[in-house]
Structure formats: C-alpha cells, structure tokens
Design a protein around this ligand. Structure first.
Ligand code: HEM
Length: 368
C-alpha cells in the first residue's frame, strides 16, 4: 500500500545536515548523521543530565545491566499476557466516543487511552486516572512553556504519584502486577528506591505523552487517507497495521529528539564538535530526510520501514516499542470498529520542542 502525499500539510525543515543553535548546541538533522551519532555511544554519550535516568542517561556496562532487566518486561510473552487487557481498555474508550460530532483526538481519545492502558499494564489503580490525565496536560504545557521551574514542579508531582504507588507494595511478594514485579526485581542486584522511581518515570513518561501524541498523529492521517482506514477496518494483519502506523509516525514524528554529549573532539555531518559539547539527535528531521525518503510525505509503509527512526537506533533504541505497537494497534482497531474518522477542520501543529499535533479535530462517521 503506497500512495503520494494527499496535500500540503507538513512543516518545512532545515536542509542542513547539522546546525549550531544560539546556545552552541550541535543539532543533527540528516538521517545519515543521526544514525552515525546514535550508534556511536563512546563518542556521543547519553550522560547528559545531573539527575539519575535509568536507562536513558547511562552508558556502557551500567546501561547494558539495566537494559537486560528492562527488556524482560517487553518480551513477546509479556505483550501476549497484556493484550486482552489492552484490547478491553481500547474497546471501552472507543465505544463511549460520540459519533458524528467533532472530537479532539489527542485530548479526548489519546490522553484517556494512554492513561487507562498504562494503568492496566502497570497495575495502577483506576481512580488515579484523573490525576494522571491532569498531569499529562500540565507536563505538555510545561514543556511548551520552556520554563525550567514549571518542568521541575511537574516532575516532582510525578515522583509523588510514583511514591504513593510503590509504598503499599513494599511488603508484597512481587507477583501482583508489573509494578510489583519491578519493585522486587533483583536481576540487576537489589534496586534502590531512587532506581525504581527512575525506571518507572522513564516508562510512564515514555508511555503517557508519546501514546497520546501518537494517537493524534494516527487519527490525523487516517482521516486524510480513508482507503488506509478501510484497509485496517477490513482486517489487516498485525504486521500490516504496525507498518502503516509507523509510517504515519515517520511522516509526523511526535517524539522529536534526544540529547547526547560529545566525549572527545570529533566531527559529525561535516561539522566539528568539541569534547563536552551538547548534541541533539533530531529524529523527526532524520525521518523526513529527502536523501533517504525522497518526498517525505509520500506514504510507503513497506519501502520506508527499514530506515524509519521513530523508535531510535543503537544501544538506546526504545525498549517500549512492543508495548507502544500493541497499544497503538489496539486503539486504532477499536476506533475503526465504531467509525471512520474524517477531518472536522485543519489540525493544529505543536510548536518546537514538541512534535505532532496540539489539536486534531475529527468526526467519526458511523460504519456501515
Ligand atoms: C509511541 C511511542 C514511543 C516512541 C515514539 C518512543 C521513542 C523512543 C526513542 C526515539 C528512544 C531513543 C532514545 C535515545 O536514543 O536517546 C526511546 C527510548 C526509550 N523509550 Fe521509548 N518511545 C515510545 C514509547 C515508549 C514506551 C511505551 C516505553 C515504556 C513503557 C518507552 C520507554 C523508553 C525507554 C526507557 C527508553 C530509553 C532506552 C535506553 O536508554 O536504553 N518508550 N523511545
């Protein structure tokens, strides 16, 4: 299933492979150079924050130790266990959507789905949903504002939520749910409180905001490609649905960038980089590099899959990809089972540093 761009809708980006920001940060845009930096962790270290970030902020052996613990939570077996609960959450949300009236896809579908699916996966209480939805909203507003004090306050609020979830599970036997299993996991040695909070923060931060944003991107594109929506609704395989959704996310990558720091003087994409200099890997720009994808808006799930960097590449490649795929597949299928989305009006793009859309107005037309 391959088709041209249905209309002028995406943002134009820089054509330079590497640029220097006003603060002296090296920002990498080209596919080749982003790949090169992401797969060379000795030169481009992930130790960019003074805060503990497991596994994102670790390098080398320490990173590998925690990745082997974390990857066990996203195996095909673990995903198969979660699939029925994930489907039930998606079906419940889709069944309650009003048909034939304008809906805001990120706000009214993506956020509640992300929170409910994640709570079901981690075993978090349903009555926390409202606080988590409010948190996702506050987090997005803080990120948009660029104010450090606001971002810090939002992060502290999240840590309080995580602590309130961990405490009652202290005395349990580690079998109640995924959170319980993690708290008692000794595969990387006994985890400290700080380590547990950091791992959960990175899972939930990755999950909540990205799944909500991805749902918006997917509905934006499905509303503009009814033949693709129909194909999925008619029973496309899991692999076909994953390829279609990941191609939408390549065209409009909501997970824009990650940071690195150079460990030595080097060069990337023809640009000199000094040891200690901060570096940004811009996945969204790399995913629209015409040198690799030709017309970046042309839709070619099979042809573009091998170069798609939505989930990153290298040792830090997203461990949550199987979970994200499952959740996005289930929510897409559940929505298409009740209605086919049509644009209610133009979508509003997010502003940098965020990606995807702030508002995706769609109307669900009843099927049949
Ligand atoms: C749909 C959504 C998602 C997208 C687009 C996405 C994208 C990415 C990308 C690009 C990276 C690479 C970061 C880097 O190289 O510095 C990454 C890493 C990571 N992601 Fe995801 N992610 C998604 C969902 C999730 C989910 C559902 C989880 C967990 C529940 C998760 C957990 C993580 C973690 C822990 C890392 C750090 C891995 C490491 O440093 O070794 N992500 N993700």
């Amino acid at each position: 299933m391959k088709s041209p761009n249905p209309g002028p809708e995406t943002t134009s980006r820089t054509s330079a492979p590497v640029t220097l920001t006003a603060d002296g940060i090296v920002e990498i845009h080209s596919h080749e150079a982003v790949r090169e930096a992401a797969t060379d962790p000795r030169t481009f270290s992930s130790a960019v924050s003074r805060f503990l970030q497991i596994p994102n902020g670790l390098d080398g052996q320490e990173h590998a130790k925690f990745r082997s613990l974390i990857d066990r939570y996203f195996t095909p077996e673990a995903m198969a266990d979660f699939e029925p609960a994930c489907r039930a959450v998606a079906t419940d949300i889709a069944r309650n959507l009003p048909l034939g009236v304008p809906l805001k896809a990120v706000e009214q579908i993506g956020m509640p789905f992300a929170v409910a699916a994640q709570s079901a996966w981690l075993g978090w209480p349903a009555d926390l949903a409202e606080e988590l939805v409010d948190w996702v909203r506050a987090n997005q507003e803080a990120t948009r504002s660029g104010e450090l004090a606001r971002t810090a306050a939002v992060a502290e609020h999240f840590d309080r939520i995580i602590h309130s979830i961990i405490e009652p599970r202290r005395g349990s036997d580690g079998t109640a749910d995924v959170t319980d299993q993690l708290i008692h996991d000794d595969a990387a040695g006994e985890l400290t409180d700080q380590e547990i909070v950091s791992i959960l923060r990175n899972w939930t931060g990755g999950d909540l905001a990205s799944i909500a944003q991805c749902t918006g991107v997917i509905l934006h594109h499905l509303a503009r490609r009814p033949e693709v929506a129909e194909r999925i609704a008619q029973g496309a395989s899991d692999a076909e649905v994953d390829a279609i959704l990941e191609e939408f996310l390549r065209i409009d990558d909501p997970f824009v960038s990650n940071r690195r720091v150079a460990t030595a003087d080097t060069e990337i994409g023809g640009c000199p980089v000094a040891g200690g200099q901060k570096v940004i890997l811009n996945w969204a720009d790399a995913n629209r590099d015409p040198a690799v994808f030709g017309d970046p808006d042309a839709f070619d799930p099979d042809g573009n899959a091998q170069d798609n960097l939505v989930y990153g590449i290298g040792p830090h490649v997203c461990p949550g990809r199987p979970l994200a795929r499952l959740e996005l597949r289930e929510v897409t299928r559940a929505i298409l089972a009740v209605g086919i989305p049509e644009p209610a009006r133009d979508s509003e793009r997010e502003a940098a540093p965020m990606g995807g859309f702030r508002v995706v107005p769609v109307v669900l037309k009843p099927r049949g």
